[in-house]
Design a protein. Structure first.
Length: 214
């Protein structure tokens, strides 16, 4: 389709396209017909290749195979397969277990950042990263494709019982959890002010002369 548009630009500027490897040129009606036929088949082949790749990807995910992409914390890739990284796996388990005890992503993130806990790429854990980690079904040994889970080839890091505990807490309203968190912290407006997208605004503070201003 891009090439067809190029030919239109050539025509407007009185430029003729002549093919060296195929005997046609755009000055004749037969040449233009041949060009359009070739372009139609090229587009058809491109779409068929795309469909085959998508079908192959979906079939591989149904078999539980790792198909590349961002490697989650707790795993390494070896021979195109996810392999448990014991050091990182213990961090993942610790995060899941502490979330069940704290019940608040905000408090847990603050604690993890204070302890210098980082993600796979070395950045300190933030709230968005924590929610992605807690919702990643890879940790219970599953492969997900377009919202559907399949048994994965890799080993699980988190037990199904721990996963269910965490998601029972996550099913609770974020506003209700924020209200409970607000009761434990001096940031009184926390969980009350929301932006246009529905995300809660985060409290912050500054220090001056030994005093803390929220």
């Amino acid at each position: 389709m891009d090439f067809a548009k190029l030919v239109e630009v050539f025509d407007r500027n009185s430029v003729t396209f002549v093919s060296i490897t195929q005997s046609f040129n755009t000055t004749t009606s037969m040449g233009r017909l041949t060009l359009n036929i070739l372009l139609s088949f090229a587009q058809f082949e491109r779409e068929v290749i795309g469909e085959r790749i998508r079908d192959k990807f979906a079939a591989s995910r149904k078999k539980g195979m790792w198909m590349g992409g961002f490697v989650p914390l707790g795993y390494d890739v070896n021979d195109r397969k996810l392999v448990v990284n014991d050091g990182e796996a213990s961090t993942v388990r610790m995060i899941f277990e502490r979330f069940t005890k704290m019940g608040s992503a905000t408090i847990l993130v603050n604690a993890l950042r204070a302890e210098g806990i980082t993600g796979k790429r070395g950045k300190l854990v933030d709230k968005g990263y924590l929610y992605k980690l807690l919702n990643n079904r890879v940790y219970v040994g599953q492969a997900v494709h377009k919202g559907t889970s399949y048994p994965g080839e890799h080993k699980a890091i988190i037990s199904k019982e721990l996963w269910d505990k965490v998601h029972n807490i996550l099913c609770d309203s974020p506003r209700r959890r924020a209200a409970r968190t607000r009761a434990q912290t001096p940031a009184l407006l926390k969980g009350l002010i929301f932006g246009p997208t529905g995300c809660a605004m985060s409290p912050t503070h500054t220090r001056k002369g030994g005093r803390l201003y929220r």
